[in-house]
Design a protein around this ligand. Sequence first.
Ligand code: ATR
Length: 281
Amino acid sequence: MITGATTVAGVVGSPVRHSLSPLIHNAWLAAAGVDGVYVPFSPPPHGFKDFVRGLRGGAVRGVNVTLPFKEEAMMAADEISPRADLAGASNLLIFTAEGHILADNTDGLGLLHAFQVQAPGFDPKAGPVVILGAGGAARGAAAAFVAAGAPEVRIVNRTYMRAEQIAGGLGSTVVPLPLDRMAEALGGVIAVINATSAGLSGDGDLNVPLEATPTDAVVMDMVYKPLRTPFLARAEAIGRRTVDGLEMLIGQAIPSFEAFFGRSPPAEVDVRALCLEALSQ
Ligand code: ATR
C-alpha cells in the first residue's frame, strides 16, 4: 500500500522494461513491511541530465543506474564515493534532502557476493585473476578485485589498447595482456571473469582455452541472459566451478536496498527464485 509517508526509490535505464531490480526490491519491501516502493524510470537517451536534475532535492530517495547511463551518472553527481571513482561508473545515486547527489557503486560488492554465494571458500586475495574485456563492466570488476586485495588482475581484451587504458587507471596490480598471450594469462589463476558483452555467443572472438586454468579455478560470466552462457557451459563441462551474473545482480541490490531504505533486506525472501521465474517467461 502506498501512503503519504512512502519512500520512493527506483532504477533508471534505457531500456528498463526488462530490469529485474523492481521485482527484487519490491519483494524485499513487501516481506519486510517497509513503507517503500521501487519503480522503473526510462528517460530518453539524451535526457538523463534533466531526469537527475528533476530528482535533486530528495523527493526520490535514490536510484539504481543501469545501461547506458552508468558513466553519465558520475557527471551528474556532486560527490563520488571512492569505489565509484575507482570503477569509473556509478550504479547508485542517492539524493539528499539538502539537494546533494551522491554517486556510489555497489556492482563490485555484487561481484564479490556472487563468488561468496556460488563458490564458497573463494578468497580474492589467494591468487591472480583474469578479466576478459575492457569496457565499463571489466573496469568495475578489476576495481572490485583490486579493492578486495587481489595480488594481480590480468586484463585480456580483443582491442589491446583498451586493456592498457583500464590498467593505467588502476595501479600496478592490474596488468594488460595481449590476446596472443591468453594461455599464459590463464596460468595459475583463481578466477576467470567474462566481462565482454559477447555472452550470447560464448566468448566471441576470444576463444578462451579454459583448460589452461588450474582445475580449482572459478569461472564467472557477468551476463545473465542467458543465465548459463555458452562460456559457463564450457567451464562446467570441464569441471570448473561457475558463478553467474544473476547472483551479481542480487549482490549489488543488497547494499542498494540498505542505502535506500536504511535496513538490510529480509533474508527469508528467495529473490533468486523470483528472478529465475521471471527470466523463464
Ligand atoms: P560495457 O561497458 O558494458 O562493458 P563496452 O564498453 O561496449 O560494454 O565493452 C564491451 C567489451 O566486450 C569490450 O571489451 C569488447 O571488446 P573490444 O574492446 O575489443 O571492442 C568486448 N567484446 C564485445 N564483443 C566481443 C566479441 N565478439 N569478442 C570479443 N570481445 C568482445
